[in-house]
Structures are given as structure tokens and as C-alpha cells.
Design a binder for this molecule. Structure first.
Ligand SMILES: [Zn+2]
Length: 251
């Protein structure tokens, strides 16, 4: 016999357009499917879900749907006044690391500029992304709902914006990273850590004007790229200040 449940997706959660014509989604099903599968059938990966409230009770992803269930799905950062709450998102990490899908190269560079550990290549397959995430305890950042639906994926975030600047803001807010920004400690090209290097040691690699105007240099430990405090540094400094100001305004 056919049963039906009513889902509401709150906050930033967006079911697929076909399912989202109104605020609530009527979901038809047979038997008693796991709620994880039903949520994902509506287009929302399980990694996006922090709370599942069924008729006023907080349940986890193994809950099985029953006829007439009324279900509210919340993303991380919401706290409905229900007790007890079973939060499904893993706790925030003090020093999180990430692996990014092939479309997020610009985001990877920007997060590295802010000091965050980001694995990225423009040819990672989905299975590689997932393996890296599991092996190294990394959070998957992606614009692809499919990757995050794999049941092995524990930590991931579906990037909403298509603009890199906005994507940075999303990640900082989701993982509460503003206090962990350490600009200019990591190579934007390769993710390697930067170390100070004496000017004399790299003099032979510098253009005459660079040698004339700059005295402070850093080198990437992994790819040997040189960095110095030119106008680029000032630009990054202003950008970091802007991100911190926005965070302070948001409270
Ligand atoms: Zn490098």
C-alpha cells in the first residue's frame, strides 16, 4: 500500500527543484524505507543534514519512514527547541582539512591563501575524492550532490555559490573558521607550507627590480615557488580584514 510523508527542508537546504515547488514536499513511498534514502531521493545529501525531527522527535538517519510522518530537516547551525536533540553533523574540528572537487580550483587557491590545508587536483575522480577524505580525515567540498550521497562519506559540504569569493565565505561560516585564518603560510599553487628564506640564497632567481625593492622572501617547501611581500601581499591583507569584519558584523 502506498504511504505518504511530508518533508520540510529548512535553512539553506534545497531539495531538487522538481520537489521544491512549495515549502513542504509530499513524499510517496512503499514499505518503510530508511529516511536517509528518502532525503537523498529528494536531492539533499545526508552530509547536509544535522537534525531530523519526525513529529516533534529528533531521530537519526536509520529511522524508517511511516505513513503520515511529518518531518523537518535542518542543516548545521539550527537549534529548534526540542529535547533531546540528536545532532548528525560531526563536531567541528580545531584544524580541519579539505579535499575539493575538480570544479573548485579557485576556491582551493583562496582557502590555501588563508592557510587552510586543501587537497585539489583537476582530475580527481569521485572515488578518489572519497578515498582521500576517508584516509586523511578530510572534509569534501563539492558542488556535486552525487558525491556526498555515498554512504561512506562522513564529512562534506555542498557549495551553493558559483562564485569563488562567495564560496570562501560559505566555508568560513559553515566550519567557523574566521579565527583560524593564517594568511601567507601555505602555497596557493600546491598546498605546501611556506618557510622564510634569506634573500642572498635566492638572489640568483630574482628579477633585478624584485631584488632591488624587496628584502623579505618565502619559499614553498614542496614546489620551491618563491613569494615576496609585493602589492599582492597587501591585497591579501585587505581581503582577510574584510572577511574578519564581515564575521564581526554577523556576530
Ligand atoms: Zn608550492
Amino acid at each position: 500500500m502506498e504511504s505518504r510523508a511530508r518533508f520540510r527542508f529548512l535553512g539553506r537546504l534545497k531539495p531538487l527543484p522538481a520537489a521544491a515547488k512549495s515549502g513542504a514536499v509530499e513524499y510517496l513511498f512503499y514499505g518503510s524505507p530508511a529516511i536517509k534514502d528518502s532525503i537523498e531521493a529528494l536531492g539533499v545529501p545526508h552530509t547536509e543534514v544535522d537534525l531530523i525531527i519526525v513529529d516533534g522527535r529528533s531521530v537519526d538517519l536509520s529511522y524508517r519512514l511511516q505513513d503520515s510522518d511529518r518531518i523537518d530537516i535542518f542543516p548545521f547551525g539550527c537549534s529548534p527547541s526540542i529535547e533531546p536533540l540528536q545532532h548528525l553533523s560531526p563536531p567541528l574540528q580545531a584544524d580541519p582539512s579539505f579535499v575539493l572537487d575538480v570544479h573548485l580550483g579557485k576556491l582551493a587557491r583562496r582557502l590555501r591563501m588563508l592557510g587552510f590545508d586543501c587537497r585539489y587536483r583537476n582530475d580527481y575522480s569521485d572515488p578518489q575524492l572519497i578515498e582521500l577524505a576517508l584516509d586523511e580525515g578530510r572534509i569534501i567540498l563539492t558542488r556535486d550532490r552525487g558525491v556526498l550521497k555515498h554512504s561512506r562519506v562522513r564529512q562534506g559540504y555542498l557549495i551553493g555559490s558559483s562564485r569563488a569569493e562567495e564560496q570562501v565565505r560559505e566555508v568560513l561560516v559553515r566550519y567557523r573558521l574566521h579565527g583560524q585564518i593564517r594568511a601567507l603560510r601555505r602555497c596557493p599553487q600546491c598546498n605546501g607550507l611556506l618557510e622564510a628564506v634569506e634573500k642572498e640564497k635566492v638572489l640568483h632567481r630574482l628579477q633585478p627590480k624584485t631584488a632591488l625593492y624587496y628584502d623579505s622572501f618565502q619559499r614553498c617547501r614542496d614546489c620551491d615557488q618563491l613569494y615576496w611581500q609585493g602589492t599582492h601581499y597587501e591585497k591579501i591583507g585587505r581581503w582577510v580584514q574584510q572577511l574578519l569584519n564581515e564575521s564581526a558584523t554577523r556576530g
